[in-house]
Design a protein around this ligand. Structure first.
Ligand code: BDR
Ligand code: CA
Length: 311
């Protein structure tokens, strides 16, 4: 059965690959894309979403959501993603429009309209829009099928601070609200996404497709890779956000544990840390499926096969 999803995103090169993967996959019906401030400010994440949807040639509503975290100043990541957030290839100006109506309202209205338990939220940026929707309309919480998010880190520790992963760090209060809401959460932390590393062979395969989409994904990855290469000495770029979509299509490519995850919102050095009770020492109820491993080859084969569907 086709799964209905809303992608909540702050594109970002890896967000872009996630969006293309979803739009190419008949297992998923993308009801809409909501944008949030994160990697770059909201005007740019929204523009980037327009460019990505334009590149795909598909039709999907794009709604702009929150332009700042719930109660903190926005922290951005141009040092990773470039000044536009989507550096790597010039896609010109957007040809697809932004749909009127705020992203938070779109999430609320969609969950109220669709049958309960049939819409999955896929946040791949800070969790501001999701938390704002849950706070404004708590009646939608039990109607959510699942939240499949990219965020957090435990064994791998943080990427933006020694303790925190970027998406959670930018809006830890929002993350705490989502994890504490009782929704069924699947988390793709750095523990797994740092294993989803691109390779030179995979990039060559994408370029060999001879398509605009293949060239765009390869160019984004080339750009994005330099940061991780300099920082971690890794060979390729970690495709964080596409792990969420791949899990929805092929969950057998991943493994993890249902555990309790709490968000540190007041740490002196650890704000935004995902305190993951992997060893079950707290007695706290599990609230998330915390993914730790991936079949890397299967993941990249899936990506190539799906990206090849675009012209
Ligand atoms: C996450 O932060 C962003 O830079 C990426 O798009 C991803 O969602 C990784 O920490
Ligand atoms: Ca992202």
């Amino acid at each position: 059965m086709t799964r209905k999803i809303i992608i909540d995103t702050d594109p970002g090169q890896d967000d872009a690959v996630a969006i293309l993967l979803a739009l190419a996959s008949p297992e998923l019906e993308v009801l809409g894309i909501t944008t949030v401030a994160g990697n770059v400010p909201l005007t740019l994440t929204t523009r980037n979403a327009q460019l990505i949807v334009g590149l795909s040639g598909r039709t999907v509503p794009i709604h702009a959501g929150c332009d700042r975290p719930l109660n903190r100043k926005l922290v951005t990541a141009e040092y990773v993603h470039g000044q536009t957030g989507l550096d790597g290839i010039d896609l010109g100006d957007p040809t697809v429009p932004v749909t009127p109506g705020n992203g938070v309202d779109f999430i609320i209205d969609t969950l109220r309209r669709e049958p309960a338990g049939t819409v999955t939220l896929v946040p791949i940026g800070p969790l501001t829009n999701i938390a704002a929707a849950f706070a404004r309309a708590p009646d939608i919480i039990p109607r959510v099928q699942q939240v499949v998010l990219m965020g957090g880190a435990y064994f791998e520790v943080g990427n933006v601070t020694p303790a925190a992963e970027f998406n959670i760090y930018v809006d830890p209060e929002a993350a705490a609200q989502v994890l504490g809401s009782g929704v069924d959460v699947v988390m793709m932390p750095l523990d797994v996404t740092h294993k989803a590393l691109t390779s030179a062979g995979w990039l060559a395969g994408l370029r060999a497709l001879g398509t605009r989409a293949g060239e765009a994904v390869a160019s984004w990855t080339d750009f994005f890779e330099r940061y991780d290469r300099e920082k971690y000495g890794s060979e390729g770029a970690p495709l964080h956000d596409p792990c969420t979509i791949a899990w929805l299509i092929r969950p057998e490519l991943f493994s993890g544990r249902r555990i309790n995850v709490e968000i540190e919102t007041e740490g002196r050095y650890t704000t935004g840390m995902t305190v993951a009770d992997w060893w079950g020492v707290t007695g706290r109820e599990p609230n998330a499926l915390f993914i730790r491993d991936i079949d890397r080859e299967g993941f990249f084969d899936l990506l190539t096969e799906r990206i090849a569907r675009f012209s």
